[in-house]
Every structure is written in C-alpha cells, then in structure tokens.
Design a protein around this ligand. Structure first.
Ligand code: NAP
Length: 544
C-alpha cells in the first residue's frame, strides 16, 4: 500500500544475489551453478590470490591426496572427467591445484571471483533480508544469500608455545607453506605433529634435511597408500567406467566407490580376519577401514582385531623395537581419528638421521632461540615445521564474525559447540548456507561427493525460493535441535567419540567437545535432504 511504503524504510536492492566465500572445490562449483545455471548475480570472495582452497594453501613436502584421483574430482561434467588426465593413483598437491585451475578456466569462473579478499565480518539485516559482508580491506558488499564455502580444515591451529617469537630459525605451518618451497638441505629440522600431514611430510623432509626430529604427542595408525602412476590403459578403463564409478560413490555411505561389506568380524576366525586385513592392506589406502568389516567402528572387539593387525605391521616395519613401541597407537580405536595414508612413513624411522621424541611423556616446554626444549631434553634446530592441524569445521566460520537475525552472534550460538540443521543452515542466521558444515557427513566422506550434494541442494533451494517469490529462509529452532540430537545419538552408537580427535575439537585447547560430523552416512543423509526439499523445505521457515 502506498501509505505503508511511505512510512517504512524502503527495501534496498542488494549488490549481489549470492556471495560465495571461498574458491576451493565447494565455492567453484557453487559459482558455476549459481551463475551459469540459475543466472544469479554471483561473486566469490577468496582470501588467497588464486583458486584451490585447501590445495592452494597446503603445499608442504609430500602433500598428496589420500583419495584416489579418479573419484577425488568433480562428477558434474562428463566432458571434464573425460578430458582431464590424472598422472597417478594419488595425485600430489600441485596436480590437484592444476586440475582446479583448469576447472576455473574451463568454466570461466575467474571473472566472477575476487581474490586477495578475506571476509572478516558478516551482518544480517532483518529489514532488507540481506547480508553485508566486510573485507579486511574495508570494502563492503550486500548480498541476498551467502554461501560459506570456507572449508572444514582451513583455519590453522598453531599451538601457543612459549618462546616461538624468539626462535632464530625459520618456522612454518604446513597449511600456509611458502609458494617458492623450502630447502631443508643441510638443516636440522623439527616437525611437530603426526597426523595425516606430519605423516606425509616426514619421509620427504627426512630425505632432504641433515637431520629430522619428530615430536609426537599421539601415535597414529597409518596405512600404506601404494601410490603408482596410472598407465594409459588404466586411465582409459577408468574413463570408460566413469558412470559406474560415480554411481557407486553417490550411493555409498562414505562417497567412495569401494565394495561395501556386510560381514561382521565376530563371524570370522582370527586367521580369516587376518587374511581379509592383509588383502586390503596390500591394496592400500582407505580400503582396510571401508571394506574389511561392517562393525569396525561400532564394535570394540572387531576394532581391536584391526588395531592389532596394524600395530603388528608397524612393529614389522620399524627396525628399532623401542622406536616401534613409541609408534604404536594405543589410546584410540583404529579409524576413530581420521586414518592417515602414507608413502614410506614407517621406513623413515629406520634412517640414522631421523629421531622420534615422545612429547606425551615429556611435553614441549618452550621454543628456545636455537631449538626446542621438552621436559627432559633440548633439541638444537635450524627450522621448525608445525603439522599441528586445524580448528576444524567451525574455525573458519567463527573467524568471519557472523551476526545473524536480531544481532545474534554466531560465537554465542555455538558457545557449547556447533548447532546446525543438516549442516546446511544455522537457526537465527537466515539466508546463510554452509557447505559441508558441522552436522553433515562432510569429513567422514570423500569430500567432492559431499560437496557436490550440498552445493546442488543449496542451488535447488535458492531456485525454489526464486520461483516462489520468497526472499528469506531460516532453519527452525526445533528442527535444528532434533537434528543436533540425532547427530549426537548416532555418533554415540559408534566408537568415534572415544578418540581425542579433531572430529570432537580435542586438538584445540578450550574448544567444546562435540562430535561434529554426521556419522549416519551419506545415503541416509542424502535421503533426508531430498525429503526436506520435497516437503517444501520442511524444518525451515520461508517467507518474503
Ligand atoms: P591433525 O590430524 O589434527 O594432526 C595434528 C598433529 O599435531 C597431531 O599429531 C597432534 O597431536 C599434534 N599436535 C597438535 N597440537 C600439539 C601440541 N600442542 N603439542 C604437540 N603436538 C600437537 O592435523 P593434520 O595432520 O594437518 O590433518 C588434519 C586433517 O587434514 C586430516 O585428518 C585430514 O582430514 C586432512 N588431510 C588430508 C590429507 C589428504 O587427503 N591428502 C593430507 C593431510 C591432511 P594429537 O593427536 O595428540 O592431538
């Protein structure tokens, strides 16, 4: 009505329909769908000076994908998968970054990407139903929708060790590795952390440095990758079977095209179990976890048989029995921390120029001018590498200083741990979508599969809103609470919460202990998301 319009503040047109934060796997595909399929005015904001997300930042020695190349890739374009040539089973970081750059070029994404732009503030305006994003540079932009494609492992965790500022040598975090590389020749290098990253970096740095000292707090169960080049015949066979490979990934619980097993460890003798584990160990990678027994992450005795198997393998690979003993994981069931995949990790401990230090028994006290001091010794070092991981799943979102409807701060809403509806939205934060957010299968899957599912769901949702003249969508509190309860209940039926992993935030001092990913599997999850959409976005409040 004209009278009302005169009194009320006019609705402001937003600068953008959709702002996408992050130019990794998620942000790139989101831009493609938003701009080229939905024809929205879309722009990506990216802190780095190029695309790639995790593969842009993690350039440390030995960085390589733990999933096989032919399914750790986009499935949305059959032309893309047919034309791209992977060199090996597990491609190294530069090759994945090259692939993502190729995708950016092929789909002409760069023209709608703004690099060197870190978003440090996001404020929702209830009147206009728009977000205002502010960049570090001071630039501001308004947008109707925000998609946080900020990655699950992008906010670095650097422990606050006393004395680091006074260290005379150079130090690096693996998640922000210098682009020009680092030459460790002739150097005494210290490496803190034995997660997937430290395990990949160890043999490569060991081969280059004068001496490598590894400071280990928790030993890990690592499985050999068995990387190898892909022959022309293998590559051709993969390409010929892509439809089947992708279908397997999409219909599996973890996004991998592995054979799914129904067998339970208790139904097999110790010898039979050993034969099954051996066959999968020889194949390498995640198969031991994914295809050995269906109850591996549910049943303690089933898990113990796998844990014992891997521990025996470690003993067999490390010559010095004392070092082998230090490398044996005993504090968590196999697979309840993200299992590393390696190339010659345990072999590295057979070198004379590699030393393992147990910093659980004698913790790190400080970084000195010339090295590192633990409770029972001093280590002279020229360089220090922090392979200490990330403030996973929540760090990047919280760092953006998000303020939602009615001035509600994300930091307050998540004080006791992340709460989301389907890992896609947060009650009180309308029109903000998260890709592979906490509460979704995300990090328990082959990521590109989970990412494509989320991005497609978000695109369909925005299309629905457009078609129905709706401008606002917001997760309802009760739907969110029910989902958070379900995520916790499912996790509690498994062995996962037993481990002090980054899945529960245990690696970041002071972080609330909540099992963040959804362990119920991609299949159920996909069905639930589809059902919600089919029921006019059940559990969401939609309005104009
Ligand atoms: P991470 O798994 O969190 O491992 C960090 C390591 O640093 C752990 O050994 C941890 O010990 C140690 N640490 C942390 N704070 C410490 C402290 N104050 N003192 C001593 N040690 C400390 O991190 P990440 O290895 O970077 O891997 C993170 C995730 O990234 C992986 O789980 C995986 O999902 C992903 N990733 C993927 C690939 C791939 O596919 N190519 C490669 C690398 C990483 P505790 O265990 O005791 O906490």
């Amino acid at each position: 009505m004209p009278g009302d319009g005169a009194k009320a503040r006019a609705i402001k047109e937003a600068d953008l329909d959709i702002a996408i934060i992050g130019a990794g796997f998620s942000g790139m595909y989101m831009l493609h769908l938003a701009r080229d399929v939905l024809h929205l005015n879309a722009r990506v904001f990216e802190a780095a000076d190029g695309v790639g997300g995790t593969w842009y930042w993690n350039r440390y020695p030995g960085a390589r994908c733990d999933s096989e190349s032919w399914y750790y890739s986009y499935s949305f374009s059959s032309e893309l998968e047919q034309e791209w040539v992977w060199s090996s089973r597990y491609p190294a970081q530069p090759e994945i970054l090259k692939y993502l750059n190729h995708v950016a070029d092929r789909f002409e994404l760069r023209s709608d990407m703004q690099f060197n732009t870190r978003i440090i503030n996001a404020d929702f305006d209830d009147h206009d139903n728009t977000w205002t994003l502010a960049a570090e540079s001071g630039e501001q932009v308004t947008t109707r929708f925000v998609v946080a494609a900020t990655g699950c492992l992008s906010s670095r965790n650097t422990p606050d060790f006393k004395g680091l500022d006074g260290f005379d040598g150079d130090w690096y975090h693996t998640g922000a590795w210098p682009h020009e590389g680092v030459d460790f020749t002739g150097k005494r290098v210290g490496l803190i952390g034995t997660g997937s990253t430290g395990i990949q970096a160890t043999p490569v740095i060991a081969a280059e440095a004068d001496h490598l000292t590894i400071f280990q707090r928790t030993p890990n169960f690592s499985i050999p990758a068995r990387n190898a080049p892909l022959s022309t015949e293998e590559a051709a066979e993969i390409k010929a079977n892509y439809a089947e490979i992708r279908a397997k990934c999409k219909s599996s619980d973890n996004g991998f095209p592995f054979e799914v097993t129904e067998r339970l460890a208790k139904d097999f003798s110790a010898e039979e179990r050993d034969a099954i584990f051996t066959e999968l160990w020889d194949l390498g990678g995640f198969r031991l976890l994914a295809s050995s027994f269906a109850d591996l992450t549910i049943d303690e005795s089933s898990n113990e048989s796998a844990s014992d198997f891997v521990r025996a393998k470690i003993r067999g690979m490390v010559n010095d029995p004392d070092v082998a003993e230090m490398l044996l994981p005993t504090d968590h069931p196999y697979g309840t921390k993200r299992p590393p995949i390696d190339t010659d990790y345990y072999d590295a401990y057979n070198r004379d120029d590699v030393t393992l230090v147990d910093v659980r028994r004698a913790p790190i006290v400080e970084i000195t001018k010339t090295g590192l001091r633990t409770e029972d010794g001093e280590y002279e070092l020229d360089a220090l590498v922090f392979a200490t991981g990330f403030d996973a799943m929540t760090g990047a979102l919280l760092n953006m200083n998000v303020t939602g409807s009615g001035g509600r701060k994300l930091g307050d809403a998540w004080e006791a741990g992340p709460r989301t509806y389907l890992g896609l939205q947060i009650a009180g934060f309308p029109n903000l979508f998260t890709v592979t957010g906490p509460g979704s299968p995300s990090v328990l899957t082959n990521m590109p599969v989970a990412i494509e599912q989320h991005v497609e769901w978000i695109a369909d949702c925005i299309e629905y809103l457009q078609n129905n003249g709706l401008t606002r969508i917001e997760a309802k509190d009760d739907a969110q609470e029910a989902w958070v309860d379900h995520v916790r209940e499912v996790a509690d039926t498994t062995l996962f919460p037993k481990a002090n992993s980054w899945y529960v935030g245990a690696n970041v001092p002071g972080k609330s202990r909540v099992f963040m990913p959804y362990v119920g599997g991609l299949t159920l999850y996909r069905e639930k998301c589809n059902e919600v959409a089919a029921n006019q976005y059940e559990g969401f409040a939609v309005s104009n």
